[in-house]
Ligand binder design. Structure first.
Ligand SMILES: [Zn+2]
Length: 65
């Protein structure tokens, strides 16, 4: 009898949907800050340090390149 050998391709559908990178992306504590670049009020997931500029998401990613 042939066709008895399966190369594991039959094991699909048993994925529980996760890829193993389940981190805690739950609600984080957000802190209100004012972007030092565009002056927009924004929220950052860290506590803004006094004296250090805080950038909103857009400006932050802009400054990265
Ligand atoms: Zn900004």
């Amino acid at each position: 009898m042939r066709g008895f050998e399966r190369h594991g391709s039959n094991r699909r559908g048993h994925d529980s949907g996760g890829r193993g990178f389940r981190r805690d992306f739950g609600p984080r504590e957000m802190h209100k800050a004012v972007c030092a670049d565009c002056g927009q009020e924004c929220e950052v997931p860290f506590k803004p340090t006094e004296g250090r500029p805080v950038y909103c998401k857009e400006c932050f990613s802009k400054r990265r390149d």
